[in-house]
Structure formats: structure tokens, C-alpha cells
Design a protein around this ligand. Structure first.
Ligand code: Q46
Ligand code: ZN
Length: 300
């Protein structure tokens, strides 16, 4: 496996060592969690999240997982199959638990139907529901931290989007470790931010992790895909561009006092939702509002 950005090439054993080292470096340098913490990994059936679950278990961390079935036809069924297969073959041997949440069963309709009922884009409806469910499982089952499989490509593309539109508020909050700002909000971390999509796909293939290759059908045409293409083009011409861009941002970010101020700002404005108790800036949280609107629009 050639890694031009590190000016190196690895055999299978050394490549696995490289992936594990990069993950450990991320966990330790950002103080994400320790061996005593209980972690819940957000798995989708894709390469990144399954690789993350695998890596954390092999490194000896206490990692369970949550899969949210969005009810998007064949895509959701095949991604759930991959998650169940990994859980039975690998995670169970480590005593790791998989939680499954089915949107159709719990929220009464699939993500596309819910989005139509509330007249909102599917991805924003999906984001609200996933954030809510992950946070709820983390709190209910007493997990210390929630981990997602976002990789270097995801984070660099997101940074590019935020910079292009000068979205200061998002730039302030972008980072691989978001503290639990108030009681009722789980700490969120991204331990794969030092690894690229290509490296994680290779890790899955080398370690026989079967993952769903197709992107979610709703992602087609998303801006992020365009930003990834542009960054890949730059990376081909000049290896290391993505890491210089994103890691450089983190380095500059670290030297500012922003994260502490953000935490204080969040503490000041968040309080429990009047219906479900999860933290919100309004009287009722966005999940409860969304579900109330969906219910009101459902034909009787
Ligand atoms: S938001 Fe949109 Fe993704 Fe949800 S509906 Fe699919 S593409 S999965 S990260
Ligand atoms: Zn609520």
C-alpha cells in the first residue's frame, strides 16, 4: 500500500500498525477517552464506522455500537445486514453490544416520509433524528463518549465548505473532540480524523470487514461530494494537501481560547426540553418539534 502523503509504502502488518497508531495518536492528542471509558460508536454499515469499531476493539477499548435504520429501502436493509454480520463475527467475541434503532418502528415512518410530512430536506430531518437518538442512547446507557467514523476527507471537505462560506459559527465548533457541554449531552469524538477514505477502505479489505459500498442514495449531489472531488484533485497534484489543510486548522484552533468560551456559551443557553428533557436552546427541542409536526401532518 503506497501512501504518498507520508512518502512511504507498507505491507499488510505494517499498514495495520500505521492505522492503529494514527488512531491512538488522535485519541491521545485530543484527549478523547481512556481505557476506562465506555464508548458508543455510531455505525452505518459503511467502511469508516465499521473500521472504527474494529480498531477500537483491537486496541482494547470498551466500544459498543448503535445502528440507526433509516428505512431507506434496500440501502438500509443491506447496511443493517453488514452491521449485524460484523457484530456477530467480530464484536460479539469482544463482549461488545450492538444497539439497533429502527426509524420506521420508533418514529412511525421512514426518513423520506417523515421529511415529506414536515416539509424539510431529507438530510436535515435525518440529522435531527440521528443526533437525538445517538445522544439518547449515550445518556440512557451511561456511555462516556460517542464516537463517529468521520475521516480526514470528511473533515477537510467540511472545513472547505465552512471556509468558502465563512461560516464562523461552524468553524468555531469544528473539531475532532466536542466536550459534553452540559448534563444530558454526550461528549462526541472523531478518532479517524488522521486517516483518509482510501486508507480506511484498504484497512477494511485487508481485515476482511464486509461493508456497504454504496453511499446513501440521499447523498447524491451533496456539496460535500464536490468539495471532496476538488480536494482529491489537489491531493493528486500535491500529496499531503488535505492533512496540511485540516491539521493546520486544528493547530491554529488549539491556540485560541474558543473551545472553553464555547462551552461556557453553551452552558448559558441550554436547558432541558419541556417534553423529553434533552438539552435545547428553545422550550421544546428540535426532535420533539419535528415529531409533533409529523404527527399533525399524518393523514388519519
Ligand atoms: S444525512 Fe442524508 Fe446522510 Fe441521512 S439521509 Fe442519507 S445522506 S444518511 S450522512
Ligand atoms: Zn425534546
Amino acid at each position: 500500500m503506497r501512501l504518498p502523503r507520508h512518502n512511504a509504502a507498507f505491507c499488510k502488518g505494517c499498514f495495520n500498525g500505521f492505522v492503529h497508531d494514527q488512531t491512538l495518536k488522535a485519541i491521545r492528542s485530543q484527549q478523547m477517552f481512556t481505557k476506562d471509558d465506555r464508548i458508543v460508536v455510531a455505525v452505518s454499515g459503511g467502511k469508516d464506522s465499521l473500521a472504527l469499531w474494529d480498531i477500537l476493539l483491537k486496541l482494547g477499548y470498551r466500544a459498543d455500537a448503535l445502528y440507526v435504520n433509516l428505512g431507506i429501502g434496500a440501502y438500509s436493509e443491506s447496511s443493517q445486514d453488514k452491521v449485524l454480520h460484523f457484530s456477530e463475527m467480530m464484536a460479539a467475541a469482544h463482549g461488545s453490544v450492538l444497539h439497533v434503532h429502527r426509524v420506521e418502528r420508533e418514529e412511525g415512518a421512514g426518513i423520506r416520509e417523515l421529511a415529506m410530512l414536515v416539509h424539510r430536506p431529507t438530510c436535515s430531518t435525518c440529522g435531527t433524528i440521528k443526533r437525538y437518538q445517538f445522544n439518547q442512547v449515550a445518556i440512557q446507557h451511561d456511555y462516556d463518549v460517542m464516537a463517529t467514523g468521520h475521516n480526514l476527507d470528511d473533515e477537510a471537505a467540511r472545513l472547505l465548505g465552512n471556509v468558502l462560506h465563512w461560516q464562523d459559527e461552524y468553524l468555531e465548533k469544528q473539531g475532532p473532540s466536542l466536550p459534553a457541554s452540559v448534563d444530558g449531552f454526550a461528549k462526541k469524538v472523531k478518532p479517524l480524523y488522521r486517516l483518509t477514505e482510501r486508507e480506511l477502505a484498504a484497512y477494511c479489505i485487508l481485515n476482511k470487514i464486509d461493508y456497504v459500498v454504496d453511499e446513501c442514495p440521499m447523498a447524491q449531489g451533496a456539496r460535500t461530494l464536490l468539495y471532496k472531488e476538488v480536494l482529491n484533485r489537489l491531493e493528486t497534484e500535491s500529496p499531503g494537501t488535505k492533512q496540511v489543510f485540516y491539521w493546520g486548522f486544528l493547530e491554529k484552533h488549539r491556540t485560541r481560547v474558543m473551545p472553553i468560551n464555547m462551552e461556557e456559551k453553551d452552558r448559558a443557553v441550554l436547558h432541558p426540553c419541556s417534553l423529553c428533557g434533552q438539552p435545547t436552546t428553545a422550550g421544546t427541542c428540535s426532535y420533539c418539534k419535528l415529531m409533533a409536526r409529523a404527527k399533525a401532518s399524518t393523514p388519519h
